[in-house]
Design a protein around this ligand. Sequence first.
Ligand code: PRE
Length: 379
Amino acid sequence: MNEKTTADLENLRDLIDGVDQQLLHLLRKRLDLVAQVGAVKHAAGVPIYAPQREASMLAKRRAEAENINVSPQLIEDILRRLMRESYLNEKDVGFKQVKQDLGHVVIVGGEGKLGQLFTQMLTLSGYKVNSIDKNDWQNADAIFDGAGLVIVTVPINVTCEVIADKLTQLPEHCILADLTSIKQKPLAAMLDAHKVPVVGLHPMFGSDVGSLAKQVVVVCHGREPQAYQWLLQQMEIWGARIVEAEAERHDKAMQLVQAMRHFSTFVYGLNLCKEEADIESLLQFSSPIYRLELAMVGRLFAQDPELYADIIFAQPGSQHAISDYLDNYRDALTMLKAGNRQEFVTQFQRVAKWFGDFAPQFQHESRAMLQSVNDMKAG
Ligand SMILES: O=C(O)C(=O)C[C@]1(C(=O)O)C=C[C@@H](O)C=C1
């Protein structure tokens, strides 16, 4: 670089620094306004996530961006990231307490990660929350006395046992709920153990989400839904999207959404390990999609094996789904070994037709993800 180029670049970079600093101050200003919105929402019990406001705001900003020759996607990306920050900040002010005369909440398994998250959210909403864990059962009577809501969140393989053995003497009007990732058996166990309000919940997210905004909670109704309506409303205030489902339909979907997905990820990791793949080289030669794939596989092994064993072994039906997958894999391998390229193209087209409009939709969604994977690269 000659001297003139160096000087020109330096000048321009100084100007960019100035603009970035202005952006920083504008961000501070926006965060302060959002904090005020949080306080207003908290007082009125308005949900943290406002989808209509988001949609209309994004549409307006996109149109304005186009008018001044800024990419609409750029402003959308920035605003979506800012709104993620809003969810976190608005959460800190706390939430309106929907049910003020509840009595306290007991979380069975409150020391677990999901238990801790629900403890945090309920506490932020003004409820008194007690936890009962493995070593506390000798104090059970005192802990449950006066409880208005009991939430069970213990490992799947002991859930029904804990419900049947320990939760048959709850206070009369207490609501019994669980957070297990399968629903038929725990719901049946709860209905059996407890004669009054019962509801099955499945939070479709990990405990590290930060905020519940836009996160799905599946609700399988048990008994006396009017008694726990407030709980669903409370979760909506936290930003969650409530999806009602029959326990059977939910469990069937989980065979694919959870059991088969985690099992194939597990086998993928197992295969890399047995083949002694060199992760450093894989990273070096990764395309963004492969980087994302490695992240998805690798993150599994950063977590608790017991949790995934629980999910994978929870339903015998999952074995059928996984076994069908293996059959299809084998057939596809036979096609590959036979060098049947035409058959591959035919099958590909068949699947593409079956995906229909979802295929381009998923391509569009994954493009944004791949770009952020690329953005994260440094050095
Ligand atoms: O306008 C609101 O209701 C807000 O909470 C603010 C805000 C934002 O950051 O602009 C954040 C979350 C909502 O989903 C919508 C918009």
